[in-house]
Ligand binder design. Sequence first.
Ligand code: GLN
Length: 538
Amino acid sequence: MSRKYIFFTGGVVSSLGKGIACSSLGLLLKARGYSVTIIKLDPYINVDPGTMSPYQHGEVYVTDDGAETDLDLGHYERFIDEDMSRINNTTTGQIYNNVIQKERRGDYLGGTVQIIPHITDEIKNHIIMVGEKTNSDILMVEIGGTVGDIESLPFLEALRQFKLQNKVEDTLVVHLTLVPYIAAAKELKTKPTQHSVMRLREIGIQADVLLCRTDRILDDGTKEKIGLFCNVTPDAVKTALDVKTIYEVPLQYADSGFDQLVVDHLQLANNKADISALRRKIERYKNVDRAIEIAICGKYVELLDAYKSIIESFVHAGIENDVLVKLRWVNTENIEHDGLGDKLAGCSGILVPGGFGERGIEGKLSAIQYARENKVPYFGICLGLQTASIEFARNVLGLDGANSTEFDEGTKYPVIDLMESQKEISDKGGTMRLGSYPCTLKKGTKAFAAYGEASINERHRHRWEFNNKYKEQFEKAGMRISGLSPDGNLVEMIELVDHPWFVGCQFHPELKSRLSKAHPLFRDFVAASLKYSALLKK
Ligand code: GLN
């Protein structure tokens, strides 16, 4: 079988959920027995999103091999349950970087280097290379941005050429578009879709499938109209319905026959997908009759994209614990301004996520002190481990002014300090401790109980570390070091001995939680929070 390529473009507006659309189709195709991988092509000039602020870009998703990538790769991993790597995300910046390096080396033999063919060739070669390296039956390509943007034009031009240069049955273009319902007219409106398809056709691309995001099932008349104006048959117009949870999307696609249409177009063998287990899981989750609330104490809380993987990890953990986990977003700067008050009241668990910079740190320390003293389950991720260490040093060990050198370079008690290897680094891009590292867990700890094994691998993204000088003092006072790098040099996990569940990790477990299997730390944190919520009710 020759390799099949499915391209996803987006029209009308951004945020229609192209990443989830790709991931959902990927899940269905994998369930039919095909090996699938997904690439995201991002039109911005940054080499990767690692240098962008969370306000600009949302979460930076880190792969095992240490690439800082787009958050859609998180959806890919969570849905299709395959590890992504550096090659699954490329940007205009990377493409130009490669071409310019080749030009400097003289690879173009005196030619004038141009967008067509050099940039478009680089894009096409990248796509082909990923297919070969991953040896996937089906390669899906999500083109970032919205049709009509200047910056995504080279990617779309590469797609036009790619389609022309491959067999009709080997490529498929899915255009995700919006069909809004206008209440005053009581009508679904097709004009925005017509216009965005027109823009695609102007640059020589005919979409094969129109995936229409809408709040109601498209009736036959609407499908016919869209088909006629957009040059596809009505059965190639598919409804992408708004649903309660994103994990329902694959089920809805299967019901609408989207994956069947794809299989037919690509002339794939018609193996059937058995998604009944997923269907049962989602049905059960939609009907759970208990809920708990967990506070996320961070600083980017107005922008939930910054915590995408954490949010999804709680869905997975909620599914496994049969509970709806509601998240309360607490901006820790507000705690600094007007105290803790009742900001955490009624919460059954407290989580401090990763973050950078000094803003909001003192508020986090107050939240952590509250969790420690009131025995509320606490989960500290990366910065959440670091701040838990600072809080413990100040309030239990009595080390006044203890801090991380990230926030106070001259602190007398640098319980969190820069790694030696980080001290000489001046470049900001791609220079943190990034990607998967092994960790050894101590038996008899909550960490070990969660994982059920001593050797684990988790993904990192940070510069600072727990300062080993304070290890003994911490252990003596009841803060156990439960996970270490195999050489014993780096503290990876800590936990309070005398507390129902107070765990910190230097890595980002949220990057490895999957729909098919919740991350053990999130699962156990939610379980501990459930227990605490029962106490709250008494
Ligand atoms: N700012 C801290 C560091 O660089 C924590 C980073 C994080 O939470 N991802 O070490």
